[in-house]
Design a protein around this ligand. Structure first.
Ligand code: FEO
Length: 169
């Protein structure tokens, strides 16, 4: 059984992951308008990953006989000025999610919930990968600047990303 504080914190993270999916869905639509289909693919996979992260937490709450408390998902931004600006926003968002996961792990420590602490290790490692993958794209976009040809080459590269459903926990 989850204690109340841990239960609430895990539910808040379900909301944060659902918001992440919503944000990336909004970014996917932005790239669709630019007809950059590799970026569309990258965002589409990001959406699926975030949904899987939310589902992993949801399933864990259920497994621990906790209570699911769903809250409002806030409205994401819908306009950006360039692909670079989008990826700057993605990195800032992932850094925020990393801090939220770390706080969640702090709650597991405070409440001496060893099982939740172990479960959250997966999310801590995942955030390292998420930030690294986003930083890679961002670095390339910074080098590209206004070079349209280079942007299309990156778009081709992002089209090769595939979704591997994560095995969480
Ligand atoms: Fe679920 Fe991108 O963190």
């Amino acid at each position: 059984m989850l204690n109340e504080k841990m239960n609430a914190a895990l539910n808040e993270q379900v909301n944060a992951e659902m918001y992440s999916a919503y944000l990336y869905l909004s970014m996917q639509a932005y790239f669709q308008k630019l007809n950059l289909m590799g970026f569309v693919n990258w965002m589409n996979i990001q959406v699926q990953e975030e949904m899987a992260h939310a589902r992993g937490l949801y399933d864990y709450i259920q497994e621990r006989d906790g209570e699911i408390i769903l809250d409002t998902i806030k409205k994401p931004d819908q306009t950006w000025n360039s692909p670079l600006e989008v990826f700057e926003a993605v990195l800032a968002h992932e850094q925020l999610v990393t801090s939220l996961i770390n706080k969640l792990a702090d709650v597991a420590d405070e409440t001496k919930d060893r099982a939740a602490g172990l479960f959250l290790q997966w999310y801590i490692k995942e955030q390292v990968e998420e930030e690294a993958s986003v930083s890679g794209v961002l670095e390339t976009l910074r080098m590209i600047k206004d070079d349209k040809h280079a942007l299309l080459l990156l778009d081709k590269d992002l089209a090769t990303r595939v979704f591997n459903p994560p095995v969480i926990g």
